[in-house]
Design a protein around this ligand. Structure first.
Ligand code: PLP
Length: 380
């Protein structure tokens, strides 16, 4: 059966993935250890410039371990971007710590440095300090890190960069993933490259990653029998999945080029007074994982839902922008800090993510563009 549905972001194999998997079969390394895992870590270390890398079963696991290695324990406070996928925040609750959600700014849609400063001031007045700050790089665009890094340094709080969506993006001369004390990547099926499922924890702190490896492999003490003095997890990436990752890394630059070209084409063809796109701020490069746009405030008839439904009628998958964490039933009892206009909520209410798979053909892009143009004309 031919599947002519246009997906939001689907896996795109490079061609050599199967060879690495076959190699794992030939050596019978069908386990969470083996050559592919080691190579995958070394290659990502080199690519990002991280001192150490730890391959894990998911990006969520990487965030969980980054929080533990930052010293987060029960009842501690963790500042976190509010406009994100739940996986950025859920590990805070795994540890029974308390999230404080921070609003976005309107250029990158990421954590607003002014709101972060306000949060630091508010909590320090109460004699409290967060144990970590989690900053997300939405849809590939990095946050305003000059300000954010300076604030975290001034308050002496570890910064965790959730780079699940921003592998291959950069900020100044740094690759995304190494801007904070810890960086976390995801290789879920919808990300820019995939291992079918997987993640990576990056850091310049090799010691912390050694301990994270210990925790990720059930925290087995050195002893001639099974001895455990700490709570461990089964979080290691399998050698089979790492094989897929090796094949995918060979084509990462092509995938970035393709996604950036798709973004440019959408932007060029949908240019309009009622649409705005995420800004690639000075000194940054986005992998443009997903192309998303905002509708202007003053349109009652042109809404994200009208656009998404119309695209769905044409067998095209589009999505709303993430619903902010502070608006979620699971999280709305926790503190939320904003300086001006609840930007994250506004982005959620006005945002649409367009199909951005790296194998999207020009014809498919044209189909999406012409449908969106039609709706814009009809609702003018
Ligand atoms: C995908 C994603 C994650 C989680 O990664 P998994 O590998 O699916 O666990 C975390 N944060 C953000 C922002 C993501 O988009």
């Amino acid at each position: 059966m031919k599947d002519d549905k246009i997906y939001l972001s689907r896996p795109h194999m490079g061609g050599r993935e199967q060879e690495y998997i076959n190699d794992a079969f030939a050596k019978n390394w069908i386990a969470p250890l083996g050559d592919n895992v080691n190579k995958f870590e070394i290659m990502l270390q080199k690519y990002t410039g991280a001192k150490a890398a730890l391959a894990l079963s998911s990006g969520t696991a990487a965030i969980h371990l980054a929080l533990i290695e930052s010293g987060v324990r029960k009842n501690d406070i963790v500042f976190c971007s509010t406009l994100t996928f739940c996986a950025s925040a859920n590990p805070i609750l795994y540890l029974q710590a308390k999230p404080v959600f921070i609003d976005s700014e309107l250029a990158t849609w990421n954590m607003c440095p002014k709101a972060l400063e306000k949060a630091f001031q508010k909590y320090s007045k109460m004699g409290q300090k967060p144990k970590a700050v989690i900053v997300v790089n939405l849809y590939g665009q990095t946050a305003q890190y000059d300000e954010i890094v300076a604030l975290c340094k001034a308050y002496g709080v570890p910064l965790i960069e959730d780079a699940a969506e921003s592998l291959g993006s950069s900020y100044g001369n740094k690759m995304s993933g190494i801007i904070g004390d810890f960086g976390t990547l995801s290789f879920n099926g919808n990300k820019i490259i995939t291992t079918s499922g997987g993640g990576m924890l990056l850091s310049h702190n090799s010691k912390a990653l050694e301990h994270a490896l210990f925790l990720a492999t059930q925290a087995r003490d050195e002893a001639p029998y099974y001895e455990h003095s700490e709570l461990g997890y089964n979080y290691r990436l399998s050698n089979i999945c790492a094989g897929i990752g090796l094949g995918q890394l060979e084509v990462l630059e092509d995938r970035i080029k393709a996604r950036r070209a798709i973004f440019d084409r959408y932007k060029e063809n949908l240019k309009s007074k009622v649409l705005t796109f995420q800004t690639e701020i000075t000194n940054t490069k986005s992998n443009r994982w997903l192309t998303a746009f905002l509708l202007s405030n003053n349109s009652n008839t042109l809404t994200p839902t009208t656009i998404i439904n119309k695209l769905a009628d044409n067998n095209i998958e589009a999505r709303r922008v993430w619903k902010p964490m502070h608006m979620q039933p699971l999280y709305n009892k926790y503190d939320y800090i904003s300086v001006d206009n609840d930007n994250a909520q506004s982005i959620f209410e006005r945002g649409v993510c367009l199909p951005s798979s790296s194998d999207l053909t020009l014809q498919q892009q044209d189909k999406v563009i012409s449908i969106v143009q039609e709706i814009m004309k009809a609702t003018k």
